[in-house]
Ligand binder design. Structure first.
Ligand code: PHB
Length: 391
């Protein structure tokens, strides 16, 4: 087999790149270990930056997004006894975020790739990559009991945080990893209940952080900070609702409860690998970086990476110009580190650290007063939250 761009991973980065390349007439093949059903049913975050929404809309992926997604012009931060609204729309000159679950984006991308005749192979095994130092790298894999050798011009490592491709860049000599662990996790639930609030609530409280988000008029997504060793089975429905309610009660919010249909614990990590390229391999999305979920930047960063890669590959195929490919890592890492700072900032401002002193708590509240009270500080928060323009 032969293609122009071989893409390992059918998540947001891999599928979106394949879709963008198709639109400019560049061929690709996407492979993934997971089944289509697995990919379409895995629950992740659900906030799309303005730039992600615009890119989807401009490239023919806006149908369900605009019908079923919810445009949010602001969000709330709960602390010191009340809700403080961040007016995203006014602060950013008319930008907003859209609440639309990641697995819905994936369903849209898969449907569109298949409709456009794209080659996407699910459930592959035995993936190998060779020849990254040559201009004909080869991806080996087994699909439906048949072994394949896929010869390409470029290999894209978009295989998520459990990546295989990242490790093809030798650690030490070439690759350096930057890593930070946090001393807590999020307990996440999906519940059949009406929304408790028109807009998201990020709550700072003595009992720790909580987040009130949504998925649809009938299904809500809520999270609360817990110890990383928490076992979901130790938490009954009643105890979960009481805990979430207790964390927002001080700010005057009331949670509408319902049947909990899913419980999970999300670990918190910040990770970046540098550089994001080696020879004919280019990493994109979680294969190269992970952020804690607090600012919902994960998928948006993956989309921003492949937006850069698409243009770089376009310049190569249109004009044999390798300049943008050579600077890919540098360009992508600027946004990655901005998002790392933002996600860390939101996390550190809102969570309760077990070793926090009264001093730390007062300082945290002063920071929250600043970002909600100063228009300049609020604008910085809002600009980063809706997402900086794609470059
Ligand atoms: C979500 O709805 O899953 C969500 C929303 C906002 C965040 C993180 C996750 O900051």
């Amino acid at each position: 087999m032969r293609t122009q761009v071989g893409i390992v991973g059918a998540g947001p980065a891999g599928l979106m790149l394949s879709h963008l390349l198709h639109q400019r007439g560049v061929e690709s093949v996407v492979i993934d270990l997971r089944t289509r059903q697995d990919i379409e049913e895995t629950i992740k975050a659900g906030v799309l930056e303005q730039g992600t929404v615009d890119l989807m809309t401009q490239t023919g992926l806006g149908g369900r997004l605009h019908r079923d997604g919810f445009v949010h012009h602001g969000f709330n931060i709960a602390f010191s006894g009340r809700l403080h609204r961040i007016n995203l729309y006014e602060l950013t000159g008319g930008r907003a975020v859209t609440v639309y679950a990641q697995h819905e984006v994936l369903k849209d991308l898969i449907a569109k790739r298949l409709e456009d005749g794209g080659d996407v192979r699910f459930g592959v095994t035995d993936t190998t990559v060779e020849g990254l130092d040559t201009d004909r790298p080869v991806i080996g894999f087994t699909h439906e009991d048949q072994e394949h050798r896929l010869e390409c011009d470029f290999v894209i490592g978009a295989d998520g945080s459990r990546t295989y491709t990242r490790f093809l860049i030798r650690e030490g000599k070439v690759r350096k990893d930057f890593f930070r662990q946090y001393p807590f996790a999020w307990f996440g639930i999906l519940a059949e209940a009406p929304p408790s609030s028109d807009e998201l609530i990020y709550a700072h409280s003595d009992r720790g952080f909580a987040l009130i988000s949504t998925r649809s008029p009938n299904v809500q997504r809520l999270y609360f900070q817990v110890d990383p060793s928490t076992n979901v089975d130790d938490w009954s429905e009643d105890r979960i609702w009481e805990e979430i309610q207790a964390r927002v009660a001080g700010a005057g919010a009331t949670i509408k409860t319902g049947t909990i249909i899913r419980k999970d614990v999300l670990q918190f990590r910040s990770f970046v690998c540098e550089p994001m390229q080696y020879g004919r391999l280019y990493l994109a999305g979680d294969a190269a970086h992970t952020v804690p979920p607090t600012g919902a930047k994960g998928m948006n960063l993956a989309i921003a990476d492949v937006h850069v890669l698409d243009r770089a590959l376009g310049a190569f195929y249109d004009a044999k110009d390798t300049g943008l490919l050579e600077s890919y890592s540098e360009t992508a890492l600027k946004r990655v580190w901005r998002a790392q700072h933002f996600s860390w900032w939101m996390t550190s401002m809102l969570h309760r650290f077990s070793d926090a002193t009264d001093f730390d708590l007062r300082r945290q509240l002063a920071e929250l007063e600043m970002v909600t009270g100063s228009p300049t500080a609020a604008k910085t928060l809002a600009d980063n939250y809706v997402g900086l323009p794609l470059v």
